[in-house]
Design a protein. Structure first.
Lengths: 118, 114
């Protein structure tokens, strides 16, 4: 389809393992976001890209978390040395551009990557 | 960052209007109010957004108070498929795009009853 695509949909990792989560935003969308959603909680902001530039990474919980978007389209969220507290749904979202209020600026979310660390 | 408060849960009879309240008393003048909903195991689905004026689309209406400290999402004819967690969100941006994020709260679980 034409929506935000994330893979893998489900990932089980052993504690200490590195994981990489991929996001394919909607074609032509300039802005890309990563959110983390723990069970029973609302999504929490992790990081924001405008094209290939990571403009805000204030929500990344530790230096084990790293996100990149080298060509301004596909993005990867990498978690090193996973811990049990990293178990969550990782949501990717994209929007057409920056600015506020225009219909083209709606933020569209993917279905998420469910990470379980055992 | 501005935060929102919502009731934890609400019930609504099928076919009736669902009115979901939200308080955002610390919202800044240029921050928009967004509403999303999330059905279990799916990503958040955009519903509507607004700044000052009331807004309506094919899904819902958004009523924002004149002082912008609160808003109400209205689903005019709720169906069983509208059962979901509804998030009232303030969108925070900074000049030049230094940040651009949705601040989610814990949301309201709307249960539409047959």
């Amino acid at each position: 389809g034409a929506g935000v695509s994330q893979s893998p949909r489900y990932k089980v990792a052993k504690r200490g393992q590195d994981v990489a989560l991929r996001c394919d935003p909607i074609s032509g969308h300039v802005s890309l976001f990563w959110y983390q959603q723990a069970l029973g909680q609302g999504p929490e902001f992790l990081t924001y890209f405008q094209n290939e530039a990571q403009l805000d990474k204030s929500g990344l919980p530790s230096d084990r978390f790293f996100a990149e978007r080298p060509e301004g389209s596909v993005s990867t969220l990498k978690i090193q040395r996973t811990q049990q507290e990293d178990s969550a749904v990782y949501l990717c979202a994209s929007s057409l551009g920056e600015g506020q209020g225009s219909p083209g600026n709606t933020i569209y979310f993917g279905e998420g990557s469910w990470l379980t660390v055992v | 960052d501005a935060k929102t408060t919502q009731p934890t849960s609400m019930d609504c009879a099928e076919g009736r209007a669902a009115n979901l309240p939200c308080n955002h008393s610390t919202i800044s003048g240029n921050e928009y109010v967004y509403w999303y909903r999330q059905i279990h195991s799916q990503g958040p689905q955009y519903i509507i957004h607004g700044l000052k004026n009331n807004e309506t689309n094919e899904m819902a209406s958004l009523i924002i108070t004149e002082d912008r400290k609160s808003s109400t999402l209205i689903l005019p004819h709720a169906t069983l498929r509208d059962t979901a967690v509804y998030y009232c969100i303030v969108r925070v941006t900074r000049h030049g795009g230094a940040t651009n994020k949705l601040i989610f709260g814990t949301g309201t679980l709307l249960a539409v009853q047959p």
